[in-house]
Design a protein around this ligand. Structure first.
Ligand code: AVI
Length: 328
C-alpha cells in the first residue's frame, strides 16, 4: 500500500517494511561484490550524521563551496543577471541558498524536494529571509522531469545544485539527471552546480574518514538501519569503515569491511562474508576541469564559467542549456 508519511511516499508491506529498501538491500547483498545504493544512508540518524560531517575539520567540501558562494557574488550577478527563477534541486540549505539569492536578485525561488516537510521548512525559512521574493516549493522527485509552477513559466531559469551531490552518482546516472534537469528547466536556462575536485589522495581519504569517526558512524548507521528496519542480525561491531580512493574512476568509495568471517540474516535471508570482504556503500566522484566539462556536455549543458575556492579544492560551475556552436 502506498502511504504518504508526510515525508516521502513510502510503499510499506503489512509489517511496515519499506519495500524498496528491502528489495535494494537484498539485491545488493546477493551481489558479488556486495553493494548498496547510497541513498539509504539518509534516514533521520544518517541525515543528522551527514550534517555533523560537514563540520569536521577534514571534510572540506562544504566550507570550500561556501567560500566560493560568499566571495563570488558579484561575478555570479554579472554572469547570471537579475530576474531569473532559481530552481534548487533539493531543499535549500540555510547557508548556501541565501548567499546565491542575495547575490543575483532573482524573480522567484522554486525549491524541489521529495521530502515535503524539509521542503516546507526550507521554503518558510527563505520566505522569512527574503520577504519580497515569491517562493514556490514543489514536492517532487527531481530525478524525473518536474512540472514547474505556472507562475514561473515565462521567467528564465537558473538551476542550482550545490554540494557536489552529482558526484554521488555514477556517470550514467549523473548524465541522466543532467538531461532531466535540462528538460525541467527548458532551453536557454542556466545551471550553477558544485563539483568537487580531484586532489591529493591522503586529503580525500581523510575527508571521508575523519579522526573523530563521524563518517565511520554515518557508514555503520546503514548496517544499523538494516537491522532496525529489516529484522537484520548484522554484527555491526564486526565491521569497520573504510574510505578508499579508486583512481581508475576518480572516486572515493565508502566500504563496510568484515573484520572476520561472519554470517547474518536480513529479512529472513542468510548471508555470509569472509574476512576482508566489503559492502560498498557510496561513491563520491571527484572531477578535473576536463572531466567536469565532459560530464556537463554529455548531459546537455555547455560550461561557461568556473570558480574555485582559495585552496583550489572545490569548483562551482556555471553552464548553459545551449547547443555548443562546434561541429556535431
Ligand atoms: C552528500 N555528498 C555530496 C557527500 C559527499 O561528499 O559525497 C556525502 C558524504 N559521504 C561521506 N561524507 C560525505
Amino acid at each position: 500500500m502506498a502511504e504518504n508519511s508526510g515525508l516521502k511516499l513510502v510503499d510499506r508491506d503489512d509489517h511496515g517494511i519499506d519495500r524498496a529498501f528491502r528489495a535494494d538491500v537484498l539485491e545488493g547483498l546477493r551481489q558479488n561484490p556486495k553493494a548498496l545504493p547510497a541513498r539509504w544512508l539518509y534516514d533521520d540518524a544518517g541525515s543528522q550524521l551527514f550534517e555533523d560531517i560537514t563540520k569536521v575539520p577534514e571534510y572540506y567540501p562544504t566550507r570550500s563551496e561556501r567560500e566560493i558562494l560568499e566571495a563570488r557574488g558579484a561575478e555570479f550577478a554579472a554572469s547570471i543577471g537579475p530576474g531569473r527563477a532559481v530552481v534548487e534541486f533539493g531543499s535549500g540549505s540555510s547557508v548556501k541558498t541565501p548567499l546565491l539569492l542575495e547575490a543575483i536578485d532573482p524573480a522567484a525561488y522554486v525549491p524541489l524536494d521529495i521530502a515535503g516537510d524539509f521542503l516546507r521548512a526550507a521554503a518558510a525559512d527563505l520566505s522569512a529571509k527574503f520577504p519580497s521574493l515569491p517562493v514556490y516549493p514543489v514536492e517532487a522527485d527531481f530525478m524525473r522531469r518536474v512540472e514547474l509552477p505556472e507562475a514561473v513559466a515565462d521567467i528564465p531559469k537558473l538551476g542550482f545544485f550545490p554540494g557536489s551531490t552529482i558526484g554521488n552518482m555514477v556517470p550514467r546516472t549523473a548524465v541522466d539527471l543532467l538531461r532531466t534537469m535540462r528538460e525541467t528547466l527548458g532551453e536557454g536556462s542556466q545551471l550553477l552546480i558544485g563539483m568537487d575536485l580531484v586532489k591529493d589522495r591522503a586529503v580525500l581519504e581523510a575527508a571521508y574518514d575523519d579522526a573523530a569517526g563521524v563518517t565511520a558512524e554515518f557508514n555503520l548507521n546503514l548496517a544499523r538501519r538494516i537491522n532496525r528496519e529489516l529484522g537484520g542480525t548484522i554484527p555491526v561491531g564486526s565491521f569497520s569503515h573504510e574510505a578508499r580512493w579508486n583512481d581508475d574512476f576518480a572516486r572515493i568509495e565508502m566500504h563496510l569491511v568484515a573484520q572476520g568471517d561472519l554470517s547474518f540474516e536480513v529479512a529472513g535471508e542468510g548471508f555470509t562474508m569472509v574476512k576482508g570482504e566489503t559492502i560498498h556503500t557510496e561513491n563520491s566522484h571527484k572531477f578535473k576541469r576536463r572531466s567536469a566539462n565532459t560530464l556537463l556536455l554529455a548531459g546537455g549543458w555547455t560550461p561557461v564559467q568556473r570558480w574555485l575556492d582559495s585552496g583550489e579544492r572545490f569548483s562551482v560551475v556555471l553552464a548553459e542549456a545551449t547547443i555548443p556552436r562546434t561541429a556535431p
